[in-house]
Design a protein around this ligand. Structure first.
Ligand SMILES: [Zn+2]
Length: 96
C-alpha cells in the first residue's frame, strides 16, 4: 500500500494513478483531473455548509414549538474542511 502525497488516499501498490489524479509513475498530478476534483470538493463543501446552516436556522426558527434546536456544526465544519481541501487541490493543478 502507498499513500497519495496529494490527497492522502491509500492506493494499492500496483496502482499507477490515484483517484484524485496524482500519477505515481511521473509523480505529478494530472492537472485537469485535479482541477475537477478541487472544484467538486469546493461545490460539495459549500453545499454542506448551506445545508448545515439551513438545518440550524430551521430548528432555531421552530424552537418555540419543538422546544429544542439543533446546531449542525459538524456538517458545517465538514463542509469547510472540504472547501479548503478543494481550494488546495485546485491551486495545485498547474504546479506539483
Ligand atoms: Zn490522491
Amino acid at each position: 500500500m502507498k499513500k497519495c502525497p496529494l490527497c492522502g488516499l491509500v492506493n494499492p501498490l500496483e496502482g499507477l494513478r490515484c483517484d484524485c489524479g496524482y500519477d505515481f509513475t511521473s509523480r505529478t498530478a494530472a492537472s485537469l483531473l485535479l482541477e475537477k476534483t478541487g472544484q467538486r470538493n469546493m461545490v460539495i463543501g459549500a453545499a454542506l455548509i448551506v445545508v448545515g446552516l439551513t438545518i440550524t436556522g430551521f430548528t432555531i426558527l421552530f424552537a418555540s414549538i419543538t422546544g429544542f434546536y439543533l446546531i449542525a456544526w459538524g456538517l458545517v465544519a465538514f463542509g469547510v474542511a472540504k472547501v479548503i481541501r478543494g481550494i488546495v487541490q485546485y491551486s495545485r493543478r498547474t504546479r506539483v
